[in-house]
Design a protein around this ligand. Structure first.
Ligand code: NAD
Length: 512
């Protein structure tokens, strides 16, 4: 399905000077999928320099003239969706339904920034120090070369949702995808070049995080990172040494609240859809469900019914509701969390076992109750199809328990009353809160920033912040008449008095 010729063409895009390779896995079979080139730290340095050279020209292109490249990319994404899905499924093992949502996300990003970027990046007139006498403008200058580091779980969406605004803002980009999911990312990079992106502006390097990722963090002018909180901390420390900026999109242990006035059927269906998206390997997926006691029994019954109806399959069509976990490592984490919970007294309401007959890394959607703080899955991110349900007495208890985590990425609230849902949402410490949905509508509302509070991140993607973070603001102020140096003939004391008088007048008139 993925031809050798295609692999060779895509791998040509990787900045790698030796013939060293990595093997990637076909997740549905466990066999070898492809051999992808291995970059060295020297290749990273060269890639950054090449991107820098191309960036110096790109920065001189007017923002409005950059946009058509991304409009053409949008059209190419729509045209090639099925080919991208084939690669994405083979590399991640996700269901085609989940893949479709993933490939759609960058379409929203392109549409949003194509409309908003020219205005957001245009020079803005600001109030000068003194009206009429000082002219001040704020300019947005590209950072230079942005290093983008992405994980394996949503490799296509996360790469392009982040590099598109970086490129539109006038930067070059060096992208380091996770090795296992390099091909689908390279397919998108190839489409960007087909769409007319200037050669060299977007570079791809592949290699182990601590080697190639570190080399990128040590050379780029800004780091956009998505991955685990542990790696995020290391990157922040290194970037801090060089005083370069960064944004970090990290892990979560997301709560989903079913309030007493929820539409219980809608909550059960919505919870299944969000908890088991990409087999729970979604940073925004809820792993903790807090259900009001008045609707607890009804919710649990309906939720279990929906879970048991899910179709698990290694299928390259839209028949499967859930696919595979992506790796042996992820499967081992899931087994460890479930077995630990079981051994310490948790009840497994459904699931709780691997399904090797479907594929090497398949695991059933699993629902636990009686989970207590000693258990690993209580407050550690499982990143798999495992959720725990807790009964709560009222909204106060639900909010307190939802917030009792070091993470703060996403939360969901189900209630028939929008006002009630919004009231509870405002008390949750999470960068995104979805009402009557799990994770889709906030992600798709690209006009609003999203990201993590607490250990879930620093900075935001989407919205104005998701674009402006790739720029430096520059204040250009013009003194139209000499103000800051008094004439020689004027005693300085008189100058002080006249300036103070002026400041008083300005304050009284409330113009500054
Ligand atoms: P990870 O931190 O192990 O790896 C992420 C990327 O960083 C990979 O490309 C990896 O090669 C690279 N890397 C690893 N060590 C590095 C280092 N020392 N320096 C530079 N780069 C390094 O994370 P993962 O296991 O691949 O991804 C899963 C995690 O990502 C989960 O915690 C999940 O919640 C989180 N995630 C967050 C978001 C979000 O938007 N907040 C989205 C997806 C995934």
């Amino acid at each position: 399905m993925i031809s050798d010729a295609l692999v060779a063409r895509l791998c040509d895009r990787v900045a790698a000077s030796t013939s060293d390779t990595f093997s990637t896995v076909n997740v549905f079979t466990g066999g070898t999928l492809a051999k992808v080139p291995r970059s060295s730290p020297e290749d990273v340095a060269e890639a950054v320099e090449a991107a820098r050279k191309a960036q110096q020209v790109w920065a001189g292109v007017a923002v409005a003239d950059r946009i058509p490249v991304f409009e053409r990319f949008h059209a190419l994404l729509l045209k090639h969706t099925e080919e991208i899905l084939d690669i994405l499924q083979a590399e991640t093992g996700k269901s085609r339904k989940d893949g479709f949502l993933e490939v759609s996300a960058p379409l929203v990003t392109v549409g949003h920034y194509a409309r908003k970027a020219p205005k957001l990046l245009a020079p803005q007139r600001r109030q000068g120090m003194l009206p009429g006498l000082v002219k001040t403008r704020e300019l947005r200058v590209p950072k230079g070369v942005v290093g983008t580091i992405t994980p394996w779980n949503y490799p296509f969406a996360l790469a392009f949702m982040d590099i598109i605004p970086a490129l539109i803002a006038g930067n070059g980009v060096v992208l380091k995808p996770d090795t296992q999911t390099a091909l689908c990312t390279l397919f998108g990079v190839d489409l960007l070049y087909q769409a007319g992106l200037p050669q060299g502006l977007l570079q791809v390097v592949i290699g182990d995080g601590p080697v190639v990722g570190t080399a990128l963090v040590d050379t780029a002018d800004y780091i956009g990172f998505t991955g685990s909180t542990r790696t995020g901390r290391e990157i922040a420390a290194r970037a801090g040494q060089r005083l370069v900026g960064y944004s970090l999109e990290l892990g979560g242990k997301n709560p989903l609240l079913v309030l007493a006035d929820a539409n219980v059927h809608q909550a059960a269906v919505g919870a299944v859809q969000t908890c088991f998206s990409n087999s729970g390997q979604l940073c925004m997926s809820p792993e903790r469900l807090f259900v009001h006691t008045a609707v607890y029994d009804d919710f649990v019954q309906r939720f279990l019914n929906e879970v048991k109806r899910m179709n698990l399959a290694a299928a390259y069509d839209y028949s499967a509701d859930m696919g595979s976990l992506t790796s042996q490592r992820q499967l081992e984490t899931v087994i460890k969390h479930v077995e630990d919970a079981r051994a310490k007294g948790a009840t497994v309401l459904t699931g709780g076992k691997a399904r090797p007959e479907l594929g090497p890394f398949f695991y059933e959607p699993t629902v636990l109750t009686d989970v207590t703080p000693e258990m690993l899955c209580y407050d550690n991110e499982t990143f798999g199809p495992v959720v725990s349900i807790y009964r709560v007495a009222d909204d106060t208890e639900a909010v307190e328990r939802a917030n009792a985590t070091s993470y703060g990425l996403n939360a969901s609230v189900f209630s028939k009353s929008i006002a009630h849902g919004e009231h509870v949402a405002a008390q949750l410490k999470a960068g995104t809160v979805h009402i009557n949905d799990g994770h889709v509508v906030g992600l798709g509302s690209a006009d609003a920033p999203m990201g993590g509070m607490k250990d879930s991140g620093v900075g935001r993607r989407n919205g104005a912040e998701g674009l402006l973070k790739y720029t430096e603001s520059q204040n250009i102020s013009v003194q139209r008449v000499p103000l800051t140096t008094p004439p020689r003939w004027l005693p300085f004391g008189w100058y002080v008095k006249s300036m103070q008088g002026l400041l008083r007048l300005i304050r009284r008139s409330n113009i500054r």
